[in-house]
Design a protein around this ligand. Sequence first.
Ligand code: ZN
Length: 679
Amino acid sequence: MINKWIQQDVIAIDDPVDLLVYQTRLVGSDDSLVIGGGGNTSLKTKEIDWRGDEIEVLRVKGTGANLINITRNQFPGLRLQDLKNLFDKSIMTDEEMVEYLDRSLIELDSGRPSIETLLHAFVPRISILHSHADAILSLTNNNQSRVNLKKVFGNDLGVVAYKRPGFLLSKEVGKAALKNDNLRGVVLINHGLVTWGDTPKESYDSHIELVNRAEKFIEDNKSFSITNPHNSKNNKLNRNFVKIIAPVLRGLVSREERFILNFDNNDDILKFVNGDKGKLLSRLGAATPDHLLVTKRNPLWIDILEKHSPREIYNSINTSINAFTRNYSNWFHRYNHYNVSMKTKEPRVVLIPGVGMWTLGKDAITASTVNKIYNHTISIINNAESIGSYKSLKPKDVYDAEYWPLEMYKLTLAPPEMELSRRIALVTGGASGIGRAIARRLAAAGAHVVVSDMDLSGAQLVANEIVSKHGSMKAIAIEMDVSKPIQVEKAFEQLIYAYGGLDILVSNAGIARWGSMTDITQQDWNDSISINTTGHWLVAKEALKIMQPQGLGGSIVIIGTKNITSPGKEFGAYSVSKAAAGQLARVLALENGKYKIRVNTVNPDAVFKDSQLWSSEIREQRAEAHGIPVDEIEEFYVQRNLLKVNVSAEDVAETVLFLASDRSSRTTGAVIPVDGGLQ
Ligand code: ZN
């Protein structure tokens, strides 16, 4: 592990809290120290309080903050003397502790401090740093832990037996620090490492040096590798198999709440799932109380083979998930002394030999955090096994950690879910005009959006905009020409790898070619049919290959045109090809009602703004067809409708949102015009 401290970077920093921010971000930037919201840091400072008196203040990470991008205001300050006064108490309930911490805050508007605040307060040193370093966990989660910890750290670190974080653990750490002035920190069994020093640099340097010692010990003492794949040809991935498994898996884990799936088959995962001991080791439990909140105690292991039929695959996955949720529920009811309601029973990590790993989350970023943590868990287990035997928390301790009311409180800090949260939508022709407005609208309603277009860079711009507005991994861009079957198939494969399934398809891509039936070229006619008719069929077909086995219903919206019901002269190829798409939607609705997949059509008219369709040639041509000057074309269409209004892409997107959402759950095979009303 690299010590990333660069003295040059901090020379200009004179505020101690800024130095704490610098140190904390360094820790957060290393995945093998902390992941997501894990770990915490603190600094004891002197500040002037509201009375004008100088007091000792503990600046400690706020609950829920991520170390990697933490800011100054995410370090609430607490009156240190108030906290020190608690050290002599013998017991304190969580509620008492939280209330006490709240009352010790020096600013009225700061967030809650970390639930490990007292640990930081009770150690009489200026700078404290706590991580869940992988190498430390390989030593602590081990039947050889006592012996090995002594060998590696000698008298530099104290050892504190496992206790759930909270008042008592904080006292234990404080006592260890007081007992021995020479300690540089403590190892927390089944949990991680705490180091301290007089400055943020000292506690950081110590941390990295001690983790490096652990890494070196493991490297020098590795007796064997557990990762002997029993079948090397399993390492070659069958992409088709992934496409078959993912929707079934997503459907079966989403019976209570929908999940977004992340797929990974990197070498370490494949070695683990294909190794002789993978199944056994995966059942030994998570590495820390912090990790199990994200991954649950154990992953779900499913044995399925490529030669199995789709029915057999479905049955294996179904049986495995049912057994997992049954076990989880039994375990929960056995230990539920907090008398709280059960979290979703579904696994968060799914391992399949020969294939890889899926991780689940309420959104893609959460699924990716689960992925990161389990990748580290695999490395922790492998290293632990190479120097002893991996050991984890007892089932009761797991309950106490997973259902600790203070951790449950953290969950309430998450923003409320939105109408399309946990949903995955694909919009074709999403780089501009109506498609772009739809992609934006669905994302604003909480959906993960796949923006597809022939114009990949245009689609990428839209996806980037969504990500910057609604969060990391909320959108991706995919190149797709809807008239090319191979490209369409590949695009849906990309979607499966990115999110694991599909809930909403908005088939929007289209072209407009003009000319009377006697003048239009064969090429324009063919292009119109292949994009405006066949294109809708191809994307719908691929979408159904996911939605049907997924078993969660779905919504397909085809963007038609008012020309379906009321064609325009010299606009025949467009009108005919779009009318066929309208008929396609009705047939799709007929065939897919039994799957609870709804198929509806939206017929817009005269949406000019940002439209690729309304090119200057089309404007001129339609003006000529209607016998009006070209600069009056927009006004002509306004005057043509009953409401005398302009129709915007956003108006169309609003109707698409209604059809995509459960608000229209009883509507299929319908056609909704968005045209200002036409006679
Ligand atoms: Zn911790």
